[in-house]
Design a protein around this ligand. Structure first.
Ligand code: BTN
Length: 328
């Protein structure tokens, strides 16, 4: 807490020095305590100039996702105004689920610099090395019936793709159900979890993982050929706090569109970015493999497939592999 206060004081006076004495008076702690925290902040990557006569001056801040780094950049009305920040967590989704169960409000977010047991879809794990990715979980409490919850996932995929495009200039593709690809490789994934009763959603946890600054050789061998990062694709590291600013803004915007205009607007944007119609696909779903032509995605997020023998099938969950593109 004191770190945040010290940083705030230093940020308020970017061009001038602030004496240790003044800081200790304002924060009601000893000068030794201030010095210890300054030493700690430097160990986190903050460059703080110290002059025996004049005091301290902040020269450079590291790309951390702490509330004090992120909040001044936020351009949202309500999303991300409360940030639960952790250096490391098992999973931001698990933490957000617990917070939401205890009454955390819509728009509160959980961020961890790394995850020890990051969770992916279908029981898989998610690679989240420290300080190189974005591991975000957003708590939502939408007043929509539970059967419409899949629209929230589609909306989050669209928002994530738009944030990636805004930040990199590259155009990502959404691969059903909600993988975000750049040049055919996965750059981001979504894991949304819901707590509801028959006719009411208690909350939704929107879990978003984005590979921002991971170098290719850092990815575990098993995923190296299918994963990528924004840094790899644009050839330059991304300022993670800046990406988070775009992502929260897009999420807030698309969530508003979903609630005001309904699912059609979201579905239309999803379809545009997914380019799924007419693709020849191979789908693995609950141990079964289906091949055919993708016809569409319905409002529950299910994939509608025309199989080789002309049958129409609705696939609720699974993995999809794209083959050559055909018209239907
Ligand atoms: C997938 O494509 O399999 C989904 C990956 C989702 C990863 C994110 S990272 C933040 C949040 N916390 C988790 O444990 N998982 C999601």
């Amino acid at each position: 807490m004191m770190d945040e206060e010290i940083l705030q004081l230093l940020r308020e006076r970017p061009a001038t020095f602030l004496s240790g004495e003044e800081m200790s008076r304002l924060l009601k702690v000893s000068r030794t305590a201030i010095w210890k925290r300054i030493r700690h902040l430097r160990s986190l990557g903050y460059q703080i100039e110290a002059s025996t006569r004049s005091g301290y001056r902040l020269i450079h801040s590291p790309d951390l996702l702490t509330p004090s780094e992120v909040k001044p950049l936020l351009k949202t009305e309500w999303m991300g105004k409360v940030i639960h920040y952790f250096k490391s967590l098992d999973s931001t989704n698990s933490q957000a689920y617990e917070l939401a169960s205890q009454g955390a409000e819509e728009g509160e977010v959980v961020i961890a610099e790394s995850q020890l047991k990051g969770r992916g879809r279908l029981g898989r794990s998610w690679f989240s090395p420290p300080y190189l990715t974005l591991n975000l979980s957003v708590i939502l409490r939408p007043l929509i019936p539970p059967h419409q919850a899949p629209l929230i996932t589609l909306m989050a995929a669209v928002a994530t793709a738009e944030a990636i495009e805004k930040c990199s200039g590259l155009r990502p593709l959404i691969k059903w159900p909600n993988d975000i690809l750049l040049r055919g490789r996965k750059v981001a994934g979504l894991l949304n979890e819901i707590q509801s009763e028959t006719d009411r959603i208690h909350f939704v946890i929107l879990g978003i993982g984005v590979n921002l600054n991971i170098d290719e050789k850092m990815f575990p061998k098993e995923i190296r050929s299918i994963a990528t990062s924004l840094k790899r694709e644009r050839g330059e590291a991304v300022l993670r706090k800046e990406f988070l600013q775009h992502l929260l803004k897009e999420l807030e915007r698309w969530y508003k569109i979903l609630l005001k205009e309904g699912g059609d607007a979201v579905l239309m944007a999803w379809r545009k970015r997914a380019e799924i119609k007419g693709r020849q696909v191979k789908v693995t779903s609950f141990g079964e493999t289906l091949t055919g032509i993708a016809v569409d995605v319905d409002s529950s997020g299910s994939l509608i497939l025309k199989t080789e023998n002309g049958e129409r099938k609705r696939v609720v969950a699974g993995d999809v592999e794209y083959r050559v593109k055909k018209e239907v």
